[in-house]
Design a protein around this ligand. Sequence first.
Ligand code: NZQ
Ligand code: ZN
Length: 395
Amino acid sequence: MIADFEFYSPTRVVFGKDTERRTGDLIRNLGFKKVLIVYGGGSAKRSGLLDRVEESLGRQGIAFVEKGGVKPNPRLSFVYEGARLGRKEKVEMILAVGGGSVIDTAKAIAYALANEGDVWDFYDFKRKASACLPVGVVLTIAASGSELSNSSVITDERTNCKRSYNNDLARPVFAVMNPALTETLPPFQTACGCCDILMHTMERYFTNGAKMELTDAIAEGLLRTVMKEALVLRDNPADYEARAEVMWAGSLSHNDLTGCGSRERDFATHRLEHEVSGLFDVAHGAGLTSLWGSWARYVYKDCLHRFRRFALQVMKVEETGTDEEIALKGIEAMEAFFHAMGMPLGFHELGIAPTEAQLRQLAHMCSVTAHDHLGSARVLHEADMYAIYKAASRR
Ligand code: NZQ
Ligand code: ZN
């Protein structure tokens, strides 16, 4: 049966070559006159993108201040600094020029400017935001889907606590997406992005309960497309067509289109990963692939019909053997793809070696963040989370 759903994706998408030159138009049409531009560690400056965006704002007479230096796994202290600057300069909107870390920081600054009190309260489950300044995006990496999502993920570096806060108020008002901008990415980041995109759809696919055939078809098509194009990009990073397919998939993967009609979301691998990148500061996409196989093997028997379908429809394995054997072949095929992209299948390959105490700490923090339990393919409690971390640490 199809579950009732609400789908809200209000972001204006401007997709294609040179679209960053239209950023000023987009802001002017929204009526804003002063903007805080947020960017990362320097790639947007080095590539000349920031200059082109600022030129486009200048042409429309839009004033701006800029704040660069967002780090991957973005930090709360930077959000506070950005908010101080934005408040002092009385900006009307935040423009993120970058990837998920920059966009999530922009969203957090936007909450901070529109609400009284400490912005971390929202991430710390203490209260809900009642407003958010508008956020616009010029996207430079296909990965997080934050350009269309309602989510912002920030780390409080004092406690290594990485938390997401989801609220439709933070869905960007526009997203400028020029696939050519992603050509300067290091291959590892392209691969991380492709795997994160796959995960956003798989988190919605491996669930128990109601499902919609059309949604499944979109999800399976998206997964097959991203895997195919990711391999094209591994061999030819300058392939614009492949960049474009992956970029659009990144947005559709996480604006909830691939969850319509489904009663639940899983998101266990993501929640498990956020603790790992909070504590060890690893790339999110690599953290995900280092956990996924351990999670999948732990839960597949409780969600066998979905794992079987995934094996046949997405990974195209042979329909021979028992349902369990088919499901396992699908998991192995996905792991073979991760490896083909140079991605890790466990903590050892990820380059971290958590101690026993740290594995227990990860599981404990994850269960606290999840308010005791998480997942839909199989509901996981702290002992299950520990078992999955432990399995990942053996690989
Ligand atoms: O900082 P710069 O110099 O720009 O370098 C970045 C960074 O080192 C680089 N990069 C980005 N675009 C580039 C480029 N380098 C060269 N050319 C370009 N065009 O790539 C590195 C990674 O950037 P980052 O923004 O961290 O990547 P991503 O988009 O994967 O974002 C990861 C963050 O998003 C969160 C993750 O947890 C992580 O903190 N997520 C956010 C979500 C959301 N808001 O909806 C959902 C996701 O599941 C995820 O959790
Ligand atoms: Zn993700």
